[in-house]
Design a protein around this ligand. Structure first.
Ligand SMILES: [Zn+2]
Length: 255
């Protein structure tokens, strides 16, 4: 059993066959899927999908590349959406200095406000970080985010940054990119304790080897799990079991 803790099932990449993709995941030992909002519209779509499938859950939030026009009113809408019974996290939220769609100050302000929102609603955080390690770390450690915990999703950064994150109560997750030939994530996966790891596909992106070139989907998660098992010298079933328990506990999943 595996849990895909991060994918975007609402994306139009799945418009033709969304139902089949979800059924294929269920048949491929995926016990639960968390589909992630990136703005108000996609957060609403995530909830709709979660309402339709017992094993699909939703996260709601404003992504840092989507926060340019975000107002306090928008955040109130996110907070209202977060009260839905199938919403299990606030995300994805964070900082993205690679795409830089809004100023650093704006991104930081929206991130901090969504951390406060998560704490008020007692929901864990799904954090996006791209080229913003120092500021992410600063905000995590100077806010009350440790009260709710969460996950540093699609982990990127060097060993020093990983060491700092592992000392917080955040989980870390790696995507299909750890299966790529040129991946330099192997030492990071090796260093991350299995008790602090989650699995994710980040579908429709980052399709794992040997399926590269295809659209990614939750059913492909096993390839990433196998790679983690190989790196950590564990049985793939153990990787599945422990990361599933980690996800169930963090997101309080009823599956
Ligand atoms: Zn994502």
């Amino acid at each position: 059993m595996y849990i895909d803790t991060h994918c975007h099932l609402d994306f139009k990449n799945y418009d033709e066959d969304r139902e089949i993709v979800i059924q294929r995941a269920i048949k491929s030992d995926i016990q639960a899927i968390i589909t992630i909002g990136t703005n108000i519209e996609t957060s609403k779509m995530a909830i709709k999908l979660a309402e339709n499938y017992a094993s699909v859950f939703a996260a709601v939030g404003i992504h840092p590349t989507d926060c340019l026009q975000t107002t306090d009113e928008h955040l109130e809408t996110i907070e209202e959406l977060s009260k839905h019974e199938k919403v299990v996290a606030i995300g994805e939220v964070g900082l993205d200095y690679y795409h830089m769609k809004a100023t650093k100050e704006k991104q930081q302000s929206i991130f901090r406000k969504q951390i406060d929102l998560a704490v008020r609603q007692n929901l864990p955080l799904i954090i996006h970080n791209r080229d913003s390690h120092d500021d992410i770390y600063d905000i995590i450690t100077t806010s009350s985010s440790s009260k709710v915990g969460g996950v540093m999703h699609s982990f990127s950064g060097d060993m020093d940054f990983l060491e700092k994150i592992l000392l917080t109560n955040l989980h870390v997750s790696f995507t299909g990119n750890i299966t790529f030939k040129k991946s330099n994530n192997t030492p990071l996966v090796e260093r991350s304790p299995i008790q602090q790891l989650l699995l994710e596909t980040d579908s429709p992106f980052l399709t794992p080897t040997p399926l590269r070139g295809k659209r990614n989907e939750p059913a492909f998660l096993v390839h990433t799990a196998k790679k983690i098992a190989e790196i950590k010298n564990l049985d793939v079933n153990e990787v599945g079991y422990v990361t599933t328990e980690n996800a169930k506990k963090l997101f309080r999943l009823n599956v």
